[in-house]
Design a binder for this molecule. Structure first.
Ligand SMILES: Cc1cc2nc3c(=O)[nH]c(=O)nc-3n(C[C@H](O)[C@H](O)[C@H](O)COP(=O)(O)O)c2cc1C
Ligand code: SF4
Length: 397
């Protein structure tokens, strides 16, 4: 099976540290303005405007501030940050340093997914080299009023710790549970100091935008979803891998690139995303339509969609942090329902109750995990209803 690795559309010919050098020649406010002008939205899934996040943190009261790079990458089917960290670590650290300059931080923390521990040595070596080159440490690149260094913290394998407030709790040595928001991390983050938490890809794009200028970025994508995006594509296609495409590419166009044209469904956004049937493959991958942190899982014609739903729900019953009842118990109930369907003992009326439960979970979950854990189940019920009910009829005989 051929695997295509990361291909940057934008970065052809970009010199190392060009973005950092340019940023340090500008005022902090102008750096934030340039990122805002690019229309960059966070690539971790929620799509929050990066320039606005940086502006809010820059204007937050406090002498001590932090930049956190969210490298927890636990969403099933997502592996694009892994490629950035292993092949383009300097761009990640450059983006963190630019972010640090923009908000007035002294420290950056790379929160690395526990399963990526094998990269730790390589990343520490890259940081040591940057210190030697004056790209980190006291007076970065000779700039008197900017000292910045980066440390690495390892996660311990909990998916919920990718949620930014749970991540901060984990960094503080607490159990990784999401906090109530507000207050938001830009005001009250790590150790209660103003903190920006950004995805690995977001920070890489920030470095590239500073190097290339906002216009080069906005030349790609749609009005509401500027620029390019990395997609990690897996499943039933001939060319799985990590691809960079302009935002707004349709599902059908992506499938052509990865040679997965025969697919009957595509899971956009991982376990917490939506299952898109073939009849909707003309939809676009963009914040205004199908939003994704990057996970694309292709399901071929022979895939059993009930098993797909079961698999995702097993994941969520394991990964719910248990703080709130709808998520802790709701995912268990949905999983039990799917298993009843498999045994042919789930009535249509119970399926309706499960659907109502899933819709309630979308509203009342305390964090994004509980709010999105029913998404795949609900979209499979909506789009593959006859396939699910066939279980009942077949097994009830
Ligand atoms: C359960 C859960 C898991 C998450 N996992 C990640 C993750 O692995 N990486 C990530 O960047 N964002 C993840 N997020 C989103 C973060 O909370 C946050 O929005 C993101 O790190 C902000 O960065 P951005 O603005 O650059 O996208 C997760 C959210 C939830 C609810
Ligand atoms: S929604 Fe789920 S993961 Fe989020 S806080 Fe509640 S129980 Fe924890």
């Amino acid at each position: 099976m051929a695997t295509k690795q990361t291909q940057f559309i934008l970065a052809e010919g970009v010199k190392p540290e060009a973005g950092l050098k340019k940023a340090l020649g500008m005022s902090r406010a102008d750096v934030v303005a340039e990122i805002s002008r690019s229309g960059l939205k966070g690539r971790g899934g929620a799509g929050f405007p990066t320039g606005l996040k940086w502006k809010l943190c820059a204007s937050a009261q406090g002498l001590t501030k932090f930049v956190v790079c969210n490298a927890d990458e636990g969403e099933p089917g997502t592996f694009k940050d892994r490629v950035l960290l292993s092949d383009h670590a300097d761009l990640v650290f450059e983006g963190m340093t630019i972010g640090g300059y923009a908000i007035g931080a002294q420290t950056g923390v790379l929160y690395l997914r526990g399963e990526y521990k094998y990269m730790l040595k390589q990343l520490e070596e890259a940081l040591a080299k940057r210190r030697e080159q004056g790209l980190l440490g006291k007076s970065v690149l000779g700039k008197d009023d900017f000292s910045f260094d980066i440390e690495i913290r390892l996660g311990s394998g909990a998916y919920v710790c990718g949620e930014e407030t749970a991540l901060i709790e984990s960094m503080e040595g607490q159990r990784g549970e999401p906090r109530n928001r507000p207050p938001f991390p830009v005001n009250t983050g790590y150790m209660d100091h103003p903190t920006i938490v950004n995805n690995v890809e977001t920070l890489v794009l920030a470095a590239r935008i500073m190097a290339e200028g906002a216009e080069k970025f906005t030349a790609f994508g749609t009005e509401k979803s500027a620029g390019v995006k990395l997609f990690s594509v897996s499943g039933d296609c001939k060319k799985p891998g990590v691809y960079e495409f302009p935002m707004g590419i349709t599902v059908a166009e992506l499938l052509t690139e990865v040679e997965g044209e025969g697919a009957k469904a595509v899971q956009v956004g991982g376990a917490s995303g939506k299952c898109v049937p073939a009849s909707q493959f003309d939809r676009s991958l963009a914040f205004e339509d199908l939003s994704t942190g990057g996970s694309i899982i292709v399901f071929g014609p022979d895939r059993d969609m009930l098993k797909v739903a079961e698999n995702f729900l097993e994941f969520f019953t394991e990964e719910s942090c248990g703080q709130c009842t709808p998520c802790r118990d709701g995912n268990v109930k949905l999983l039990e329902g799917v298993q009843l369907l498999k045994q042919g003992s789930c009535s249509v009326s119970h399926l309706k109750e499960l659907t109502a439960l899933g819709e309630t979970m979308q509203i009342v979950g305390k964090c994004g995990l509980g709010q999105s854990s029913a998404n795949a189940f609900l979209s499979i019920v909506e789009n593959f209803r006859s396939e699910l009910l066939a279980y009942e009829y077949v097994n009830a005989e």
